[in-house]
Every structure is written in C-alpha cells, then in structure tokens.
Write a protein that binds this ligand. Structure first.
Ligand code: SF4
Ligand code: SF4
Length: 163
C-alpha cells in the first residue's frame, strides 16, 4: 500500500477518524462520571431548573440529593453541569416545588420519559419494578401454562403430604 503524503491525505479518512461531537461528549461524560461510580442508564436526556419557581437558597434539597454533584448553587440559582447529569430523577423526587425541575430522558429501548413532579418519579419506578418482576416470572415460567403446571404440582404435593 503506498504511503500517504501530505498531498494524498484523504479528508474523509480524517473525518471518520476524528471523534464526532456526540462521541466526544460521551467520552467526556464517561471520564467525569467514572470517579462517582454512577452508571449511565439512559441514552440521552436533558434537565432544566426553573429559577423563578425554585424555593431558593434555604432549600437546596436537589443539590443534596444528586448522586453525581451535577447540581450546585451559585449566583442566586441552581446550576446544572449537564455532563454530570445521568437523568436519574433524584432531584425531582426531592424538590419541594412541582414542575420546578424538568427531566427528559431516552431509555435504551428508545422509550422517552418526561417528569417534573415527585409523584411522576415514583410512578415510573413502580412501572419499572413491575416490568422487572414480570420479566423474572417470564424467565422461569415462559407461558401461563408452565406456571399453572408448576403451581398445580406444588398444590398436589402439599395435599398428598396432608393425607
Ligand atoms: S437527574 Fe438530578 S439528581 Fe439525577 S444526576 Fe441529574 S441533576 Fe443529579
Ligand atoms: S429542590 Fe427545588 S426548590 Fe429546592 S433548591 Fe432545588 S430546585 Fe429549588
């Protein structure tokens, strides 16, 4: 293969080798998040804090709740370091003002979620737990028939032991 000279460098090679803004952002986030030990569970997301409805410096519950220190109090308002936010929702869960913090996130399966009230976060967590429970049951009993068979066997054995 001929060696590349300055005049033969292919610009498309260079572009494909260089990190795209998205890849660079992902790398930067991974580096920043590594020391926190917090995993990124969402493909993408965004967060905003409404400084007009925020209860102010005497509150800071969101700042205390954030597992990655993405939130800080400065210049009379809550600031966000977006690169550190994993869109977990702990700040929304702890915020005393509904719709003050808004989080949008995209799950690995492509489903988009939006929430801005503690109740929204609780409902989402319950939904996720219910889905995980159902997946675990499905792994053991792929069909309802499998479940009935196993259950019926256990009931029969118990009844036989009693007689
Ligand atoms: S969603 Fe809120 S609590 Fe969670 S990482 Fe982002 S700023 Fe911190
Ligand atoms: S928890 Fe809500 S009200 Fe309290 S400081 Fe944070 S954004 Fe403001």
């Amino acid at each position: 293969m001929p060696e590349k000279t300055a005049s033969s460098i292919d610009i498309f090679d260079l572009l494909s080798e260089a990190d795209s803004p998205d890849v660079a952002k992902k790398k930067r986030r991974q580096e920043l998040l590594k020391p926190t030990g917090v995993k990124e569970l969402f493909k993408e997301g965004s967060i905003s804090v409404n400084k007009y409805t925020c209860a102010g410096v005497q509150c800071k519950l969101c700042v205390k709740a954030c597992p990655t220190n993405a939130l800080y109090w400065a210049a009379g308002e809550v600031g966000v370091i977006e690169d550190l936010c994993v869109y977990c929702g702990a700040c929304v869960l702890n915020c005393m003002v509904d719709d003050c913090i808004k989080v949008e996130r995209k799950r690995e399966d492509g489903v988009e979620e939006r929430f801005s009230k503690p109740n929204d976060v609780i409902k989402l967590a319950e939904k996720l737990n219910a889905k995980k429970r159902s997946e675990r049951v499905k792994a053991v009993f792929p069909t309802a028939e499998d479940y009935r068979e196993r259950y019926a066997k256990n009931t029969d054995t118990k009844n036989a032991d009693r007689t």
